[in-house]
Design a protein around this ligand. Sequence first.
Ligand SMILES: *Cc1c(COP(=O)(O)O)cnc(C)c1O
Length: 422
Amino acid sequence: MPNFSLDDHVFTAACAQFATPFHLYDERGIRATARRLKAAFGWNPGFREYFAVKALPTPAILRLFRQVGCGLDCASYTELKLAQACGFSGDAIMFSANDVPPSEFALARKLGALVNLDDLTHVEELRENGGVPETVCLRFNPGGHFRVGNAIMGDPGEAKYGMTRAQLSEALSQLKEYGMQRFGLHAFLSSNTTDPDYYPALARLLFQTGRELAAESGLTLEFVNLSGGIGVPYLPDAPEADIEGIGEGVRRAYEEELTAYGFGNVSLKTELGRYMTAPHGWLTTHIVHEKRIYKHYLGLDASACDLLRPAMYGAYHHITIVGREQLPHDEKVDVVGSLCENNDKFAVDRMLPKTEIGDILVIHDTGAHGLSMGYNYNGKLRCKEVLYTENGEFTLIRRAETPRDYFATLDVDPAWQKLNED
Ligand SMILES: *Cc1c(COP(=O)(O)O)cnc(C)c1O
């Protein structure tokens, strides 16, 4: 197990202060991971991480990233507004959106954000919505399979993102016409991978392509954006990403593909989400029901509305029971929420210790793509978020939703407005 775990007494103390369910986030762990990433790429003077907002779009967390020098990666108008409200501006914002409403470029430009174009048609849309800045980033999709050695790491040919190699050349020549001087290059070709070869192989591809594009366009390659994709060990025995080894692998690629060709001034960017926060969050719940029919079910006070990944992808999230982990894990159970959907299961056929109603059940690695993917099916209201601060206190950083929030969009009808006032 990675050493990010919190002791049982922390969950007990948090539950004494706040009613479950809630996602608990560990400030110390998030800061430690940010420091580790920065150190692993410390050899590149311009290196910067742009935390992917969608992974954990909560101001208290975003401000924490600002304190440690990270930027934000935004993909929508609302995420840009959130970044702005949290004090980010200029090149501390990367706008990496796809299928983007053209008008959203205008806000990105107003904030001075770096704009990452996903498609050739975005060149004109950017020009018409805020104008073409001196630096623009382009998103590359090499098509086919993305292979490292014999292993297929991703399927860009099936992905909706980015431009073909020929479109990159065309985009640069158009942007040059419009006064752009420097460019960045971006690609995201594999998701949730702890493979130490992913970033170095992606970097090599982007370095080579960036070199070619600089030569043919006469423009300056300013940065390479390795995007997100580094994974975390959701399974207890899975390996952690060796971030120092990954940083070193990228450094070797940089020397061989850039420095050796006289491109020693290119800065590196990342847009990691999962790697930064997933292991530092826990959906903290109580067991509220136990049911034995053809299978043995443990019913929680949380549902897929608070954490969708298991229902949506069958994703594994480790589960522990506070105070019972030393006992034999000899009960085979399904751990379920209350939705009228049979996929509302946090675990299927999981071996857990014997439990009782009222036990605290902790679902691990919920710090990224957790609450932010949540929804309101069945009129279920999303839970609160609590930060476990560096000095050992618990701070409420997002309250739970209320029926009033659920009804808020019905204010098109005055009768509903009135109901909200009652
Ligand atoms: C989702 C996303 C990320 C973050 O991905 P992780 O898997 O959380 O690291 C980064 N950049 C873009 C453009 C994304 O869509």
